[in-house]
Design a protein around this ligand. Structure first.
Ligand code: COA
Length: 260
């Protein structure tokens, strides 16, 4: 696959998606968003791909935000349309049924932080800086920041990040649970590959249903979420991989999962 604004490769069941506008610190214009939609739609349909690693080109930025030059031109109708379109790309990533690991290799600001929050998990390099500076521009988050940030870090801390609009360090992002781990920049992708390898060794449908249970369950009451979990657990028990996984354990051998 080739894209104007992304580097894409796949190997060992991992798709590597790199946003590639380093001269603009990988800022998200609509062309980048449509390339992301196309890449993730293709990944969704490719059963060989089990995990996505998403990062930014260059050593300075994951993504320094939505493209401010584009934002500058929007009026009310186009801005609403723009936001719906961008949100739908992030929803696609969040609900892909295959984990996406964001490797935050520098600035993850505004839309960059929002993109990372739509990913399944986040690793940050020690030099990373995260934040939601939209209010400094007379704007507010439009790619889910006002919704996903409080869900990840709690309302009070999210309000401080959104309203004071101070960028936070990787260490602080780790302390508040915005990123899962902080690693040296040189080890960022290797660490994501280690996590990916562990995920890939597990049953694909079990991974998919677990993500569904967490993503949908988070929006439900506890009894509703538990009901969803019981239903998906039941579906897991109808898979060939459940038979293989439990049998392999009893026979003291590694499981050979097929995704069926
Ligand atoms: N949209 C469009 N272009 C952006 C951008 C964005 N969000 N962030 C950076 N760029 C561009 C700059 O305009 C500059 O382009 P130029 O060389 O053509 O002038 C280039 O990327 C490099 O950025 P620069 O500001 O020179 O780098 P820096 O190291 O001095 O500062 C930042 C880095 C991230 C602190 C600074 O670029 C910044 O504040 N960016 C905007 C962050 C933001 O508000 N994001 C939320 C948007 S809603």
């Amino acid at each position: 696959m080739t894209f104007q604004n992304l580097k894409y490769e796949s190997k060992n069941k991992i798709a590597y998606v790199t946003i590639n506008r380093p001269d603009k610190l990988n800022a998200l214009n609509m062309a980048v968003m449509e390339d992301l939609r196309s890449a993730f739609t293709t990944i969704n349909a490719d059963a060989e791909i089990r995990v996505v690693i998403l990062t930014g080109a260059g050593e300075k930025a994951f993504v320094a935000g939505a493209d401010i030059a584009e934002l500058n031109k929007h009026g009310v109708v186009s801005a609403k349309e723009y936001t719906h379109k961008g949100q739908s790309v992030l929803d696609l990533i969040e609900n892909l049924g295959k984990p996406t690991i964001a490797c935050i290799n520098g600035f993850a600001l505004g839309g960059g932080c929002e993109l990372a929050m739509a990913c399944t998990m986040r690793l940050a390099s020690e030099n990373a800086k995260l934040g939601q500076p939209e209010v400094k521009l007379g704007l507010m988050p439009g790619y889910g920041g006002s919704q996903r940030l409080p869900r990840l870090v709690g309302k009070g801390v999210a309000m401080q990040i959104l309203l004071a609009a101070e960028n936070i360090s990787a260490a602080e992002a780790h302390r508040i649970g915005l990123v899962n781990e902080v690693v040296p920049l040189a080890n960022l992708i290797t660490r994501a590959e280690e996590i990916a390898a562990k995920i890939i060794a597990n049953a694909p449908l079990a991974i998919q249903y677990t993500m569904e249970a967490v993503n949908h369950g988070m929006e439900m009451t506890l009894p509703e979420g538990l009901y969803l979990e019981a239903t998906l657990f039941g579906i897991c028990c109808a898979t060939e991989d459940k038979n293989e996984g439990t049998k392999a354990f009893l026979e003291k051998r590694p499981a050979n999962f097929t995704g069926k």
